[in-house]
Design a binder for this molecule. Structure first.
Ligand SMILES: OC[C@H]1O[C@](O)(CO)[C@@H](O)[C@@H]1O
Length: 512
């Protein structure tokens, strides 16, 4: 067992900490739930490598295969095919649709059942994709995986927050994003290994998702339901028993009272006005705008253009298929390590500084990559090996800054800025915005690269300048601010957002 923690009246914030230990059970449940992130990451990382494999193209996209190997073909347009992009993006469209239903399932049937359902969809989708004999089967498989992602991404972060003792909640939350990056890296390594296995390599790649899916399925049979979800669904005694178990003590009166009170208040407010309706109130606008904008901007950094299509991009730069996959593995490794940096720095130097530093670093890298491509990638010529290598290094510079900023903070900030009564409803807008714009980038990137060529990187560069200006002027710093004091200590004090809070009553409504 790790250290215990006890009730301590924090004079400044008025917050209490509760008795209990950080039990092994919490860690085990947390690690199993974070497997949802692993599945999400694996699905993100696997499609780019698979679409660069000749055996896969011959089987499902023969015209793209023919174009790719046509000597005179324009380098930028080799992979521009709407159906090929649909293979990648269908998953996110399904996840976007599913995430609305998932928030309802999560409330009515609990977080554990929602994750179990996700694992069943993951297993079905993996089977369909790995065994696909035609395009329809492949797409249906991707849709099943997408429903799994929609369910998993709604339930897992919520689950992690609810079982974690307050003082390690941030660390457990970033465990989810860390798992996403590990999933992406594992997928890239699998792609690298299977790309030399002919003709079945792509099937092994897609089938590899069965590993984390099975862990999640078996794990979700043994993990607990969260005390909050049990109480929310009227099972008060079971909720208390579960709280005692995960805290490793019978002295949970204080925490249990707070959970019960929060559930009662939320239920009362829900009777008066549904959370989604409450989100339309004027005072809900600041956190809602921030939640949506953080996710939209996260995608307009261009990160998923790299995560999905790095192997395709590196082939455009003239690398052989295998070297492209290896380069993608390198960027995936940088992504994982840099996410660890975020865990260490986020509560020390704050959110705004990380985001702003990353904007500068990403801008320099994007403009440099765009410049290299503009000067050195001609319609049918590839740049020299040296320039191609420089591109890989620049992409790593870019990915590292994303991974310690917009990656984890795109989830963290929306999860900490809503008041309790709109927190889950508001957060579902963050999840669905992420899915929508992941879909948009997945569907549009190859076409954009074909039509905009090197300017695609300048386009993302312009987006990054806008993002930097937004952070500078409109994003408040939330480091160290207690989660239930955001209205008074953050929103009401902000030069712009304070106008959304007309009088003291608004603050009370928001701090219930
Ligand atoms: O690590 C990069 C990945 O992380 C995410 O932001 C999800 O949290 C994805 O959109 C992206 O592919």
């Amino acid at each position: 067992m790790a250290g215990g923690f006890s009730i301590a009246a924090d004079g400044k914030s008025g917050r209490r900490e509760f008795k209990g230990k950080i039990t092994w059970y919490v860690w085990i449940c947390g690690i199993i739930a974070a497997t949802c992130g692993l599945m999400f990451g694996y699905d993100i990382g696997i499609s780019g490598g698979v679409t660069a494999m000749d055996d896969f193209l011959i089987e499902f996209f023969p015209s793209v295969y023919a174009r790719k190997h046509r000597a005179k073909e324009n380098n930028y347009c080799k992979f521009d095919d709407q159906r090929l992009q649909l293979f990648t993006s269908s998953l996110y469209l399904a996840a976007l649709t599913a995430s609305f239903g998932a928030s309802m399932v999560c409330t009515r049937f609990g977080r554990k059942r929602t994750m179990q359902a996700a694992s069943v969809f993951f297993l079905a989708g993996t089977g369909l994709c790995a065994g696909a004999s035609n395009l329809a089967m492949l797409i249906v498989g991707r849709i099943c995986l997408g429903v799994g992602v929609g369910f998993g991404n709604q339930a897992a972060p919520l689950f992690l927050s609810e079982i974690a003792p307050a003082h390690i909640r941030g660390a457990l939350n970033i465990l989810f994003q860390l798992n996403v990056t590990i999933g992406i890296l594992v997928a890239q390594i699998v792609n690298y290994l299977t790309s030399t296995v002919h003709p079945m390599g792509w099937r092994y790649s897609l089938g590899g998702a069965a590993g984390p899916a099975a862990v999640l399925f078996l794990g979700s049979l043994v993990i607990t339901e969260t005390p909050t979800s049990l109480v929310e669904r009227g099972q008060k005694e079971a909720g208390r028993a579960m709280l005692e178990r995960i805290r490793g003590t019978k002295e949970v009166d204080e925490e249990f009272e707070e959970i019960s009170l929060a559930c009662e208040t939320a239920a009362k407010m829900c009777e008066e006005e549904k959370p989604f309706r409450r989100l339309r109130r004027r005072e809900s606008r600041p956190p809602l705008v921030i939640a949506i904008v953080m996710q939209v901007f996260q995608q307009f950094t261009g990160i998923n253009a790299i995560m999905f299509y790095a192997p395709v991009l590196f082939q455009t730069m003239g690398f052989a298929s295998n070297a492209s996959l290896l380069s993608a593995v390198v960027t995936g490794g940088v992504n994982v390590l840099s996410t660890l940096v975020s865990i260490v720095l986020v509560d020390k130097i704050g959110r705004r500084k990380l985001l702003l530093e990353a904007c500068v670093q990403m801008l320099i890298a994007q403009v440099a990559v765009g410049g290299i491509m503009w000067v050195h990638v001609k319609a049918s010529n590839s740049p020299s090996h040296g320039w191609a290598l420089a591109t890989v290094v620049l992409i790593c510079v870019y990915v590292s800054s994303f991974a310690w900023s917009w990656g984890p903070l795109g989830w963290l900030i929306p999860s900490e800025t809503f008041p309790l009564e709109t927190r889950t409803a508001g957060f579902s807008f963050a999840v669905s915005s992420n899915m929508l714009f992941t879909f948009v980038i997945a569907q549009a990137f190859l076409t954009m690269m074909c039509t905009m060529r090197a300017f695609i990187f300048f386009f993302f560069g312009i987006c990054i300048v806008v993002m930097g200006a937004f952070v500078l002027t409109l994003l408040p710093e939330t480091k160290g601010v207690p989660i239930d004091e955001m209205v008074d200590r953050v929103w009401r004090k902000h030069w712009f957002w304070k106008r959304y809070f007309r009088d003291a009553d608004d603050a009370k409504v928001n701090n219930c």
